[in-house]
Design a protein around this ligand. Structure first.
Ligand SMILES: Cc1cc2nc3c(=O)[nH]c(=O)nc-3n(C[C@H](O)[C@H](O)[C@H](O)COP(=O)(O)OP(=O)(O)OC[C@H]3O[C@@H](n4cnc5c(N)ncnc54)[C@H](O)[C@@H]3O)c2cc1C
Length: 351
């Protein structure tokens, strides 16, 4: 049998051979998977993947175990008259979960419609869009702690969810999220806070349309803006946004807003400028060729797409070059959103 590669497990379709691939489809088989992995290897910690839509996998591959979470299932338990605790297996596609919740008229995650990936990966970067994020509704996760060698239940506060960040991202190799439990409500959707979504729905910001309508409008808006993962379109090899919206000081915010840069305050009160706007400001427009085989999507500068014979190293260098250009011309430092996995070096690179 051909040796598996990280390229076959990731949406960029980059990355070299994997020493050992374990796909977990049955939650009951988890203890068996732990036994199969054996002792924690500091030099090549287990790499956990969902759908590989937010990783840059090393050309050298991974000299250890890659665990792919493919467990499926949703269970719902009533908490009180309004609230339902929804426990989701780590490998369950997030898009399917959102569609299920919309069909059940359960509010709280409708704006996450269309975000690719597995539900267990969503807390890793506190996935969010259109003014909603995982931290709004996550109650707790169950996770395997590879450091302690035991199953842990982490309440949402212990996950340290921040803007596209979490404890799981900060402690790579330590955690595998097995289930995530959300508290959703039998109510109308939360008030719409994002103007393009309000426009899509034909309502005012602050309106509360039915959950299914909001989820459908999010999908329509993502489709128009090239934010859906379509394996058949020319931009299919991508990881979504490549940079986080960078934090800016109050004076930088005033300065950049004055010239048209969108600036927003994140849920921790941090001012953030639009990474996409900054890229365009320094001349990287949609379709811009950044490096051999790597260019900005035709529809969106902040999405880098891979074509032809690109390498993971080339993709990473393209990010570094873009970040450098923005820093030189604006003084603002961009940080990549996707995570580097595999044998980049003995130390995980700080991209
Ligand atoms: C077209 C497109 C649009 C996107 N839009 C958005 C968006 O609007 N908002 C947003 O936040 N993100 C977005 N993303 C990024 C990505 O889809 C999300 O971050 C998603 O949550 C990643 O899920 P995944 O299963 O693909 O994770 P992977 O890429 O497989 O993994 C990502 C990270 O999580 C870790 N991980 C995965 N599963 C587990 C687990 N069970 N336990 C512990 N660690 C785990 C991995 O080791 C890795 O560090 C987009 C990506 C694409 C391609």
């Amino acid at each position: 049998m051909a040796q598996p590669t990280l390229a076959s497990l990731t949406t960029l379709r980059l990355g070299g051979p994997v020493e050992r691939l374990l796909t977990i489809s049955d939650p009951v088989a988890w203890p068996e998977a732990v036994r199969a992995v054996g002792q924690r290897d500091e030099a090549a910690p287990v790499v956990v993947l969902g759908h590989g839509s937010n990783v840059i996998a090393a050309d050298a591959g991974h000299p250890g175990t890659v665990l792919v979470m493919n467990t499926r299932g949703i269970t719902a338990t009533r908490v009180d008259q309004e609230t339902v605790a929804v426990t989701v297996q780590g490998g369950h596609p997030l898009t399917d979960l959102v569609a299920w919740a919309a069909a059940e008229h359960l509010a709280g995650i409708e704006c996450l419609a269309g975000i690719p990936g597995a539900t267990g990966a969503a807390p890793v970067q506190n996935a969010g869009a259109y003014g909603q994020q995982v931290s709004d509704t996550l109650d707790h996760v169950t996770a395997w702690d590879w450091e302690m060698g035991r199953l842990r239940t982490l309440p949402a506060e212990a996950c340290r969810l921040r803007y596209r960040d979490s404890r799981f991202k900060a402690e790579p190799g330590r955690w595998t999220v097995l289930t995530a439990t959300f508290h959703l409500t039998h109510a109308q959707a939360a008030p719409v806070v994002y103007q393009p979504l309000a426009d899509e729905l034909g309502v005012r910001v602050g309106a509360r349309p039915p959950v299914a309508e909001v989820a459908a409008a999010v999908l329509a808006n993502r489709h128009r803006r090239g934010l859906l993962l379509d394996r058949h379109c020319p931009d299919a090899r991508q990881v979504g946004s490549v940079f986080l919206n960078p934090p800016v000081s109050a004076s930088q915010a005033v300065c950049w807003s004055a010239v048209g840069c969108p600036v927003h305050t994140d849920s921790d009160g941090q001012l953030r400028a639009s990474a996409g706007w900054l890229l365009e400001h320094v001349g990287c427009l949609p379709g811009h060729q950044v490096a051999e085989g790597v260019r900005c999507s035709d529809r969106r500068t902040l999405t880098l797409t891979v074509h032809g014979e690109a390498t993971a190293a080339g993709f990473r260098d393209a990010l570094t070059a873009l970040g450098e250009r923005v820093r030189e011309e604006t003084g603002v430092v961009l940080r990549p959103e996707p995570v580097a996995v595999g044998a980049w070096s003995t130390v995980q690179p700080r991209l």
